[in-house]
Design a binder for this molecule. Structure first.
Ligand code: ADE
Length: 383
């Protein structure tokens, strides 16, 4: 990936030579090119700003130096030009992941009251443009924001991090904040490492971590949970380990109906134990919905290659036929991670009501794909 920076303060970008980004540059994974915007001025004072049309305080960055810089740097369709500005779209992990797929990023760092709007319009005529904000506060200029975006993007490049697993597990990778972490010693100044983390029981460790990630997110960033809301206002929320018992009960109730409809007891969901449910909850992104404190619906998803595998759509028998299943299906599609390019699910070959719902939702039968005995696969492309 090639990264260019247009700035009147090139010294701001000295940190690019440090630490991992510096190593990535030395190893040829990225190329950093920092340009002094004043290079493309022609007056004695090397002027980059002027007074705003319409009046008002402050100065506006002139269009000409940017235009000449774009020409000199050959900004074209292979580039994404990033304007760092407090009025841009919020920067987040999803956007970082998206930008990490580009071959060239060009950061145009504004100062003063901003950059003449025509620079952005012009850039849009020759390249992809993103206007990005670091957050709801005002910095003195876009340089710090460009550095922050760079660090978040570059560390996602394949081959950048020694330990790819830590990318998967860290905060925001799954839409949750990261769980608390501990290292040695086991006891320090009267504070102990939770016993479960020293138990060696991987399933319990995973359940503890998921539970604490959810708790932290609920407390600190409820906005991240972005629950879909049913007509009556009940939110669809991520399952927590304590939901396992009720999930088991709901699952049994739902798959008894499946067994009757398909005339077979040979359905795994019907035979699972509480421990089975607990175990899959650690592997699947599971969502539940409650009404009057009763767990009445659930759905789960997980990534299989580039397909978002959807399953265990359950609705309490007394609430079936009211559209709850459809909302759960919409929800689980909406929370699929960025990498998912298609959705995949299976259902009983004779589960006619399910077939109808999936068909309405845009899924197509895939008799060509291998399915569990007595079931059919359905898929849908992600738009
Ligand atoms: N420039 C000034 N403030 C900024 C912010 N919050 N995000 C991105 N660029 C900026």
């Amino acid at each position: 990936m090639r990264l260019d920076y247009l700035t009147i303060f090139p010294d701001y970008f000295a940190p690019l030579e440090l630490s991992l980004p510096g190593k990535a540059a030395a190893g040829g994974l990225v190329e950093f090119h920092v340009h002094d915007l004043r290079k493309w001025t022609h007056d004695r004072h090397r002027t980059v700003d002027d007074t705003p049309y319409g009046g008002g305080a402050g100065m506006v960055m002139k269009p000409e130096p940017f235009g000449e810089a774009f020409d000199a740097l050959g900004i074209g369709a292979d580039a994404t030009v990033v304007f760092t500005t407090p009025s841009g779209e919020p920067f987040d992990q999803r956007l970082a992941a998206e930008l990490s797929t580009r071959s060239r990023l060009v950061f145009a760092c504004g100062r003063y009251e901003g950059i003449d709007q025509r620079v952005i319009e012009h850039a849009r005529e020759r390249a992809e443009v993103r206007e990005i904000s670091l957050g709801d506060y005002v910095l003195n200029g876009g340089e710090v924001a460009a550095l922050a975006v760079t660090e978040a993007v570059v560390r996602l490049l394949p081959g950048f991090m020694g330990n790819a697993e830590s990318l998967v597990e860290e905060s925001h990778a799954d839409g949750l904040l990261e769980y608390p972490v501990y290292t040695k010693p086991p006891s320090w100044r009267g504070h102990d490492v939770p016993d479960v983390l020293r138990s060696g029981d991987h399933a319990r460790v995973a359940a503890w971590r998921h539970d604490h990630a959810v708790r932290r997110t609920v407390e600190r960033r409820p906005d991240l949970l972005a629950p879909s809301v049913l007509d009556d206002g009940s939110p669809i929320v991520r399952a927590v380990p304590a939901d396992a018992g009720e999930l088991l009960t709901l699952q049994r109730a739902c798959w008894v109906a499946e067994a009757l409809e398909n005339d077979s007891l040979d359905i795994p969901a019907l035979h699972e134990t509480l421990d089975d449910v607990r175990a899959w909850m650690t592997e699947w992104d599971t969502w539940v919905v409650r009404r009057a404190d009763r767990l009445v619906g659930a759905v789960r998803g997980r990534l299989e290659g580039n397909a978002w595998d959807i399953g265990r759509i359950m609705v309490a028998p007394d609430l079936q036929g009211q559209g709850l299943g459809r909302v759960l299906l919409e929800h689980i599609q909406a929370v699929a991670p960025e990498q998912a390019t298609s959705y995949l699910l299976f259902t009983g070959a004779a589960s006619v009501r399910n077939h109808r719902m999936y068909k309405k939702a845009g899924f197509r039968m895939r008799p060509d794909l291998p399915a569990p005995a007595g079931a059919v696969m359905l898929t849908k492309g992600r738009r």
